[in-house]
Write a protein that binds this ligand. Structure first.
Ligand code: TRP
Ligand code: ZN
Length: 470
């Protein structure tokens, strides 16, 4: 089989690759000039994440993994719509070896520089055109260390592997438009040695075993940001059930954690019921959890429809990750600067759960944080929630705790009933979409025309230091 010639050798810079692509286009003749899509979407914290010039609608991933050699073999077919005339476009992919790439069935030329995979289709693409890119790849996927020092991407575990993608780890296991602003549906087919299980987002659509290998097919119909895509390969105890409304619950637990986690995981239907009463209709078509060993991941993650936990979660953490399904996964931030719209909301969900279940009230939690929160969270007053200092800070306490405090300030201003409606209607307004901080502040102001929120935005959302008054 012949391998497509890369556009330029990998050591040549992106700028040169783009210049070559432009030159090639200029000689192309015919209609309007096509240009290459951008190599990023200008995220203020991760400028190289995502790509310009197209919008992915669907990922079809066909993967095979061998835990003993840690080798992943993949074929990704990406359906996208061009948002400009394109002579070339970028995908994000970190590590792994690329084989053949086709666009609409025709061999495409490609080159790589860092995490940018530049694809030049045989024919230019027209604005509005839907096109299919197939990338064949293989290799040992990388574990990525985030700016904040935590690990994501592909994490080998005692009995398999776990893929976690916030904020940029999914480029370690499949090529794509890895930025939260481009959500898509997914089909994922994964083949593993017989005896192991493979658990992903959405619903299990098939399971077949032949020749000592088992293939699992998972389907995610609703739009999903790639940072909440997951894949857990290993030995898992599976429990399938349903909520009172008939929503499928699929729980996968590392066998060493089955007994200990039974009680807390049995609360999922009750938490879902409370969350639907509080945040509005659940945006996805199944729910559940993946519980791995404490050593397999350093943190929980709200992977879509099926959050991942490192060991047995406490109820608060379970509530937090399930609340993210509304705030984060359905209403997704436009950029990584808007993280407080995820974490502030999911943290406030924990406060509301406590208040509604006989624990401390949100006011008490707020007061304790205001009075001596820095004893527990030493970075609490080091930057404002809507302006993290750097990419290393997007998971800091100002984003979580002070972000939740912003919401509590709104509640104090509009009252309990109006506040609960604000939360619910925000989830409805941007259901399966994207939103940023400006969208939120504008929305709140429009919903409560007589009130003045300027002080809250200024002091709590944007200004450095501890706000002068609670
Ligand atoms: N979103 C996760 C949670 O709320 C935490 C997290 C994991 C995170 N990785 C991250 C937050 C990277 C910001 C950036 O449980
Ligand atoms: Zn969170």
């Amino acid at each position: 089989m012949s391998r497509s010639a890369p556009v330029v050798p990998a050591r040549v810079s992106v700028a040169v690759a783009i210049a070559l692509a432009l030159t090639a286009t200029a000689c192309g003749g015919g209609g309007a000039e096509s240009t290459p899509g951008g190599s990023g979407v200008r995220d203020p914290y991760f400028p190289k994440a995502g790509n310009g010039g197209y919008d992915v609608t669907h990922y079809d991933l066909t993967l095979a993994y061998a835990p003993d050699t840690r080798r992943l073999t993949g074929r990704a077919t990406i359906t996208a719509r061009a948002t400009q005339d394109l002579s070339a476009f970028h995908l994000d992919l970190k590590g792994l070896d690329v084989g053949k790439i086709t666009v609409d069935g025709e061999d495409a030329r490609w080159s790589r520089t860092g995490q940018e995979l530049t694809v030049r289709p045989h024919d230019d693409l027209d604005e509005g055109e839907v096109f299919h890119t197939t990338v064949r790849y293989s290799g040992t996927p990388q574990t990525i260390t985030d700016p904040d020092g935590t690990e994501e991407g592909w994490l080998p575990t005692a009995d398999g592997a776990l893929a976690l993608g916030e904020p940029t780890g999914s480029m370690a296991w499949f090529p794509g438009n890895h930025h939260p602003s481009d959500k898509a549906s997914y089909d994922l087919t994964i083949t593993v040695p017989e005896g192991l299980r493979a658990v992903s987002n959405g619903e299990l659509a098939g399971e077949t075993t032949t020749g000592g290998r088992t293939t699992y097919t998972w389907h995610t119909a609703q739009p999903m940001a790639s940072y909440v895509a997951t894949l857990a390969i290993g030995d898992y105890d599976i429990r399938r059930s349903a909520t009172a409304d008939g929503l499928p619950v699929y729980v996968a637990v590392d066998p060493t954690r089955t007994e200990e986690s039974r009680q807390v995981l049995a609360r999922i239907p009750a938490i879902m019921k409370w969350a639907e009463d509080t945040f509005g209709p659940y945006p996805f078509s199944s729910t559940g959890a993946i519980v791995d060993r404490d050593t397999d991941a350093g943190y929980a993650l709200e992977t879509q429809s099926r959050p991942v936990f490192p060991g047995v979660p406490d109820t608060g953490t379970l509530v937090h990750e399930l609340a993210h399904q509304w705030y984060g996964n359905s209403v997704t931030p436009k950029t990584w600067r808007d993280m407080w719209l995820n974490e502030g909301f999911a943290t406030y969900a924990e406060w509301l759960w406590q208040e509604d279940h006989g624990g401390d009230s949100a006011q008490e939690i707020f007061d304790a944080l205001y009075d001596h929160g820095e004893e527990t969270y030493d970075d609490l007053w080091t930057f404002p929630p809507a302006r993290p200092t750097s990419a290393a800070h997007i998971s800091g306490s100002p984003v979580y705790q002070r972000g939740a405090m912003v919401l509590h300030k709104l509640r104090q201003t509009v009252g309990d009933t109006a506040f609960r409606a604000l939360l619910r209607d925000w989830a409805a307004l941007h259901r399966h979409g994207n939103a940023d901080t400006d969208d939120f502040t504008t929305y709140v102001e429009e919903r409560a025309p007589g009130k003045d929120f300027d002080g809250i935005w200024e002091e709590w959302l944007y200004r450095d230091g501890k706000p002068a008054s609670d």
